[in-house]
Design a protein. Structure first.
Length: 214
């Protein structure tokens, strides 16, 4: 009987010790989990960015990864070749080239208003504008002698456009004129006249056409 009574306290002490060990282990485990949770980054990791562009005339697909690696994939619709190539982040992705806008060529002839004065004739009005108008040019745009009445406003009077010959003068070709006579009138040579106006080998000029002269 005495032996059974003496073993009872030993069993109680053993159970109590095991309970303390379990509680301590549980406490340490909770602290460890909390420390791991506090060091886990809260910001989400962004995924790769993918788009298409032109590189040296070829369509490629490029992907930028979170670690700043850039991967180019050539896109060939005919062969289906999509072999990838790595490049450094500093390699530029050239933008698609935009063709320049062409500058329109100015018109050779523009229109202005002219109020007929007493004593005016077709010849005197043409002389008023010098090389920028001729009787042939007026006739081409339906201005005739019976329109030359004092006080009448010619609302569409044709003259050469100075913007057509920047840096030089305009010259409207009249009836019976040739490149040779025009060159003499303008104080230049037939070769310069040909070069400035892209004349053919026969130095052909047409009535009412606008030429550029020095």
């Amino acid at each position: 009987m005495s032996q059974q009574k003496s073993s009872a306290p030993l069993v109680g002490i053993t159970i109590a010790a095991m309970a303390v060990v379990f509680a301590t282990s549980l406490f340490l485990g909770v602290l460890y989990l909390r420390s791991r949770t506090s060091t886990t980054p809260t910001d989400p990791i962004t995924g790769p960015t993918t788009a298409n562009t032109d590189v040296e005339g070829k369509n490629v697909q490029y992907t930028i990864y979170p670690d700043e690696e850039v991967r180019l994939v050539p896109v060939d619709a005919g062969s289906g070749d999509k072999s990838a190539a790595n490049i450094t982040p500093s390699t530029p992705i050239p933008p698609t080239a935009v063709p320049p806008t062409a500058t329109p060529t100015p018109e050779k002839i523009i229109f202005t208003n002219y109020t007929v004065k007493s004593g005016d004739t077709l010849y005197s009005i043409a002389a008023h504008y010098g090389w920028n108008s001729t009787i042939s040019l007026m006739a081409k745009h339906n201005i005739a002698a019976d329109h030359i009445v004092p006080g009448v406003v010619l609302t569409r009077f044709p003259i050469a456009n100075s913007a057509f010959c920047p840096g030089s003068r305009t010259y409207v070709v009249e009836e019976s004129e040739s490149a040779s006579t025009i060159a003499r009138t303008a104080g230049t040579t037939i070769e310069i006249l040909k070069e400035m106006n892209n004349l053919d080998e026969a130095y052909t000029v047409k009535v009412t056409d606008v030429l550029c002269v020095p």
